[in-house]
Design a binder for this molecule. Structure first.
Ligand code: ADE
Ligand code: ZN
Length: 346
C-alpha cells in the first residue's frame, strides 16, 4: 500500500463511524479460521496465504458475483461449535470497535451458521445475541442485529428465521434482510414472509439493485416494504425508481469495494456513489464483508473521499444520515446523533 493511502487512512480511522451493512459471515479473521480448523480437524490449507485464496477476494480472482458468493460456501465449513459462533461474533464486534465504529448493525445468516452441525436455528440466534451483547458492553459500541435470509435458499427456513427474529426483538434483533443471489433468484417467494415480519415489528432491508436491475429496488420498496436497500447502485438506471426512493426517503447501504469485487462496477473509480448522492439518494457508506474484501470501514471512507471525491463535510453528513437511518429506538437514535454531531464537529 502506498504511503499516501496509509497516511490518509489514518485520518479516517479516527472518525467516529456508523455501520449499517456488515455480514457476520463475511467478518471472520483468518487467524481465527486457522485456529478453528486445527481444533476441529478441518482439512484446509494450513497457512494464512493459501487459506486466504479460499475465503477472501484476490487481485487475480474473477470479479463476479458467483466468485464472491463462493467464498461463503467455504466459510460454512467453520461453524462447528457454539464456541466458534460465540467467538466469531465477539471478534466481529471487537474489530468494528477498533475501527472506531460507534453504532453497528451486524447482520447474520442463521441458516448458514446452523448448516454444518445442524444446530437448531433458535440456538444459533441465541448464541449470536449473547455474544454480541457481551462484546458491545466490553468494547463500548452500540450493536443491533439483523437476521438475514438468502433468496437462493428455502423460503420455509426463511419463515422460521423471520419468526425467531421477531421473538427476539426485545433482545436487540431489529430487522430482517434478504440477501444472496439476486441475479438468478426472484424475491417474490418471500413477499408473505416480509409482510409478516413487518407486522411483527421488524424493520426490513433488502439487497437489491446490486446484481439485478433497478426494478428490483422498486419491488423491494413496494412489495417487500424495505425501509433500506442493500447496495441499490443500479437505481440510476430508472428515473422512476430514483423518484420513488427519494419520495420514501429510503436509505441506501452502499458498499464500494464489495461492488467492485463482485463485478457491479468495472473500476473502483466508476462507482456511482457520487452520482447517486447528486440525484438526491440518501446514501450511506458500509463494508458488506470486511474479511472477504480485506477492508475496514475506514478504507471505505477513504475510497468515498479520495477515490470518488466525496467532500469530507459530505462524508460526515453521511455518517449522521446513517445514524438517522439506523433501526434503533427514537431515544437511542437521538442520543447517538447528538454524540456524533459533537465528535464530528457538525
Ligand atoms: N451476502 C453477503 N454479501 C452479499 C452481497 N454483497 N450480496 C448479496 N448477498 C450477500
Ligand atoms: Zn450484503
Amino acid at each position: 500500500m502506498s504511503e499516501r493511502v496509509t497516511a490518509s487512512l489514518n485520518t479516517y480511522r479516527t472518525l467516529p463511524k456508523v455501520e449499517l451493512h456488515r455480514h457476520l459471515e463475511g467478518s471472520l479473521r483468518l487467524t481465527t479460521m486457522l485456529d478453528i480448523a486445527k481444533q476441529h480437524g478441518i482439512t484446509i490449507p494450513a497457512d494464512v496465504l493459501r487459506l486466504s485464496t479460499l475465503v477472501q477476494i484476490q487481485e487475480e480472482d474473477k470479479f463476479t458475483f458467483q466468485n464472491f458468493l463462493s467464498k461463503f460456501n467455504t466459510l460454512r465449513l467453520f461453524y462447528r461449535s457454539p464456541d466458534v459462533i460465540h467467538r466469531i461474533t465477539r471478534e466481529a464486534v471487537e474489530d468494528a470497535a477498533k475501527d472506531n465504529v460507534k453504532y453497528l448493525e451486524l447482520r447474520f445468516t442463521p441458516v448458514a451458521l446452523s448448516r454444518a452441525e445442524r444446530f437448531p436455528l433458535h440456538d444459533v440466534i441465541n448464541w449470536v445475541i449473547e455474544s454480541a451483547e457481551e462484546a458491545a458492553r466490553k468494547y463500548h459500541v452500540t450493536v443491533k442485529l439483523i437476521a438475514s435470509v438468502n433468496r437462493h435458499e428455502s423460503a420455509e427456513l426463511a419463515e422460521q428465521v423471520a419468526w425467531l427474529a421477531a421473538e427476539h426483538i426485545p433482545n436487540g434483533v431489529v430487522a430482517l434482510d434478504l440477501a444472496g443471489n439476486e441475479a438468478e433468484f426472484p424475491s417474490q417467494p418471500f413477499y408473505g414472509i416480509f409482510k409478516e415480519a413487518r407486522q411483527a415489528g421488524l424493520h426490513v432491508t433488502i439487497h437489491a439493485g446490486e446484481w439485478g436491475p433497478a426494478e428490483h429496488i422498486r419491488e423491494a420498496i413496494e412489495e417487500l416494504g424495505a425501509d433500506r436497500i442493500g447496495h441499490g447502485v443500479r437505481v440510476l438506471e430508472d428515473k422512476t425508481v430514483v423518484a420513488l426512493a427519494k419520495e420514501r426517503g429510503t436509505a441506501f447501504e452502499v458498499c464500494i469495494t464489495s461492488n467492485y469485487q463482485s463485478g457491479v462496477v468495472e473500476k473502483l473509480e466508476d462507482h456511482p456513489l457520487m452520482k447517486m448522492f447528486e440525484k438526491g439518494i440518501n446514501v450511506t457508506i458500509n463494508t458488506d464483508d470486511p474479511s472477504i474484501s480485506r477492508i475496514t470501514l475506514s478504507h471505505e471512507y477513504y475510497n468515498a473521499c479520495d477515490t470518488l471525491q466525496m467532500p469530507q463535510y459530505t462524508l460526515k453528513e453521511r455518517i449522521l444520515a446513517a445514524a438517522q437511518a439506523g433501526f434503533l429506538p427514537q431515544q437511542e437514535k437521538e442520543k447517538l446523533t447528538s454524540q456524533l454531531k459533537k465528535d464530528l464537529n457538525l
